[in-house]
Design a protein around this ligand. Structure first.
Ligand code: DC
Length: 237
């Protein structure tokens, strides 16, 4: 296989799909392989949710104080910092919140926050700014449709909800988070529903995205498939 990964030509790569479809893992691994910047847009929605929960803008029962949330947005600064082994850490107003934003408390609250138009507008602007120089792999729900509609390579990832919940459950257990499988599955199904039915930028496949069902693929197979697609995209420019 021809390897164009060190090519001078830089492109934008948008990877969208359902929650826990493995898109973050594939996006991160591709970015590291080809020397691109990786941005996890879901982490940005999670960081806003954490801010809302910690600042009394969202109650535990899910009530969101919309005016307060909108007023707070200019004061919410999100960035990513790699640690020594290259793992990206999400920074919220200078604090490393990487583990906190992965907890169920945030997972349970994030979809309604991600459905708020003012939040989407603010985060979309930040995401576009990350991508001005290209050489970026961004994953999320609306990257190929709204954030980078002109991305040279778009992928839409899916797998059955049961498979995705299994992956998420394993990931949480490995991180030492105590959860039960039924709760994780319910959270995945619930988030799919909110993501697909919200008015603003709902989750949907861009017309020019390549579909991937990775249920029966190993990580290595997935990496090889993606690298091949990347190289073919560069060759066709
Ligand atoms: O990918 P994730 O599970 O970390 O995403 C967290 C939430 O953010 C999920 O409910 C969908 C939402 N999201 C979104 O609406 N748009 C994006 N571009 C990325 C995530």
């Amino acid at each position: 296989m021809q390897d164009n990964s060190t090519s001078e030509k830089k492109i934008t790569i948008a990877i969208d799909g359902y929650s826990s479809s493995g898109k973050s893992t594939m996006a991160r691994r591709l970015a590291s392989r080809i020397g691109y910047r990786y941005i996890d847009s879901g982490a940005m929605y999670r960081a806003v949710t954490l801010y809302a929960l910690n600042n009394g803008i969202m109650d535990a029962d899910g009530t969101i104080r919309l005016d307060e949330l909108t007023a707070a947005l200019p004061h919410i600064h999100i960035d990513f910092r790699p640690d020594a082994d290259g793992t990206q850490h999400t920074m919220l107003n200078g604090m490393d919140v990487e583990s906190e934003i992965r907890r169920m408390r945030v997972s349970d609250a994030v979809s309604p926050i991600a459905a708020v138009p003012a939040v989407r507008h603010a985060l979309t602007a930040m995401q576009k700014a990350f991508g001005t120089e290209k050489g970026i792999v961004m994953d999320g729900r609306d990257i190929g449709t709204t954030v980078f509609p002109d991305a040279e390579l778009k992928i839409f990832v899916n797998a059955p909800a049961q498979t995705r919940a299994q992956r998420r459950f394993k990931e949480l257990i490995e991180k030492g988070v105590s959860v039960n499988f039924e709760d994780v599955l319910a959270n995945v199904v619930h988030r799919d529903h909110i993501d697909e039915t919200r008015e603003e930028s709902p989750l949907r496949r861009a017309d020019d995205a390549v579909n991937l069902d990775n249920s029966s693929m190993s990580l290595d197979e997935q990496d090889a498939w993606l690298l091949d697609l990347f190289n073919r995209t560069l060759s066709n420019l």
